[in-house]
Ligand binder design. Structure first.
Ligand code: N01
Length: 488
């Protein structure tokens, strides 16, 4: 069967795309979802303590405010519920094909459509919107002997509630965003908890708090008030760009705040030293927590900073020769981002892999389209992720461009792709902004690919991205009609 638009993924990006397409009158849309429910990363990440570190009012669609948020920073169950409600409100459920794992997406020259090979057969689409997200493929640590461990190993993004952690000896590998949320939650349950830290994170105080009923009433009766709070949060976050991008030395104040936070919470000087980052704040994602450091003041929690040598049947051996024995291992070790396997499954008109865009070998236009990938759009594409604000703002920006381009493609029966030299210029100019930013100050992070190239972060104010994606500019594109005549 041929659909006008195939959307791959039903998280914020995929649902947002379907809503915006409907708005522009495009209704022959199929959303392919590999799982049996919608929600993407907010369906999958059910580890205890999972929460968004962007404020609820900003981490939601601008066109679907939720006056009922119960916390200023939402926990996973509420965000997932929000997405379910959005799907109902905009009648999206009937568009979703659940349990359809998309295995390959290739441009089919003869039919000038995209062929989607799924776990439930082939589909064809005139346009494709890839909305599988950057944080979708859990990465288990590349440590020798991982498979030898005799107990369960759980990645935080593949949490298994059936594994009872009560009174168990548990090891957690990693101290990033997921670890700092789950460690304080599981610490009181387990017999012992050892947290393996390779690099300490910068952690700032968490300002989240429950939302009182009065506020919810005001947001409900005066929707403008919630928009104001959202705008206030947005602009405060935009100020961080001054430090991250323009002048990292401005981050000294935030570093002091983080060190003070650590000092208030950890009295043991040696432990504090081991938890103190030695790189510029912002180089890795800045974290917020009030309960991660205090977890180490518990008698049953230990920070391990010796490097991991291997994993054995009984536990983790560190480079000092010690064997740390566990019943359960938790890998809070992040995701395949710049090497997301999904990108190796997408092939353009000349057979190129989308993955090349994250290696720096394939130019992109506005992080969304690619030469020789006609009528193909990627949400959360190269250099559209953020270190300081809400990804949903970026997705909505991309959708302004995408929906207009899709409309033209369908109305004119056209194939649209960015002109090669325009995409090359966009990519070059964007990369030229990265030297001197905080992400370039010497740390390893998931923002960088194996060659050290930053192909994930948008290095500027987000309103500039909004402005760049506001319109579909035909002059920047090669637009071929069915007669194969280039019209622009
Ligand atoms: O993953 P991470 P995450 N041996 O990549 C360590 C989003 N998120 O799942 O820093 C030992 O940040 C690694 O060490 P190092 C958010 O965007 C959002 O925590 O590489 N350690 C690091 O400590 C976030 O940034 C929310 O030296 C190993 C950790 O594992 C992104 O997801 C909540 C190792 C990985 O940290 C990823 O966060 C949660 C090894 N072999 C997550 N391999 C929100 O609030 C890796 N590590 C929105």
């Amino acid at each position: 069967m041929v659909v006008d638009v195939a959307v791959i993924g039903s998280g914020f990006g995929g649902l947002g795309a379907a809503i915006r397409l409907k708005e522009t009158g495009v209704t022959n849309v199929a959303i392919f979802e590999r799982a049996s429910d919608l929600g993407g990363t907010w369906r999958d990440n059910i580890y205890p303590g999972c929460r968004c570190d962007v404020a609820s009012n900003l981490y939601s669609f601008s066109f679907a405010p939720n006056p009922a948020w119960t916390n200023t920073y939402s926990y996973q169950p509420e965000i997932w519920r929000y997405l379910q409600n959005v799907a109902d409100q905009f009648h999206l459920r009937e568009l979703i094909r659940y349990d359809h794992d998309v295995l390959d997406v290739s441009f089919d020259g003869p039919s000038k459509t995209w062929r989607l090979t799924t776990s439930q057969g082939d589909y064809y689409a005139r346009c494709v919107i890839l909305a599988t997200g950057g944080l979708a493929e859990p990465r288990l640590p590349d440590i020798a002997g991982l498979s030898l461990f005799q107990g369960p190993i759980m990645h935080t993004a593949q949490w298994n509630d059936a594994i009872d952690l009560r009174d168990q000896r548990v090891g957690v590998i990693g101290t990033g965003a997921s670890a700092i949320q789950t460690v304080p939650q599981i610490a009181p349950l387990v017999r012992t908890l050892e947290v393996f830290q390779r690099t300490p994170s910068w952690i700032l105080p968490h300002l989240g708090r429950p939302v009182i009923e009065r506020t919810k009433q005001i947001f409900t009766t005066l929707p403008f008030s919630q928009r104001l709070v959202r705008a206030w949060g947005y602009w405060r976050r935009e100020l961080m760009v001054l430090g991250f991008v323009k002048d990292p030395s401005r981050l000294t104040k935030a570093e002091t705040m983080s060190r003070d936070h650590l000092e208030r919470q950890i009295k043991d000087e040696s432990l504090r030293g081991r938890l103190t980052p030695r790189y510029r704040l912002g180089c890795k994602r800045v974290l917020i927590s009030n309960d991660f450091y205090p977890a180490f003041n518990r008698d049953n929690v230990t920070l391990v900073t010796e490097g991991i040598e291997s994993i054995e049947a009984k536990g983790v051996r560190t480079v000092d020769g010690e064997l740390h024995e566990f019943d359960v291992l938790i890998a809070a070790t992040g995701f395949y981002v710049t090497d997301n396997p999904m990108a190796t499954q997408v092939h353009g008109a000349k057979g190129e892999e989308l993955a090349d865009a994250f290696l720096g070998d394939l130019a992109n236009y506005k992080g969304t389209t690619f030469p020789d990938f006609p009528n193909f759009f990627m949400l959360g594409g190269p250099n559209t992720a953020l270190g300081h604000s809400s990804i949903i703002f970026m997705l909505e920006s991309q959708l302004n461009y995408v929906t207009k381009a899709v409309r033209v493609a369908l109305d004119d029966n056209a194939l649209i792709e960015p002109k090669a030299h325009i995409a090359a210029r966009w990519t070059h100019e964007l990369q030229a902004k990265l030297p001197g930013t905080v992400w370039d100050t010497g740390c390893s992070s998931w923002y960088l690919n194996d060659a050290g190239l930053n192909t994930t972060i948008w290095p500027d104010f987000t309103f500039k991205f909004r402005s760049a994606t506001r319109h579909f500019n035909p002059r920047d594109h090669q637009i071929s009609t069915s007669k194969e005549s280039e019209v622009s």
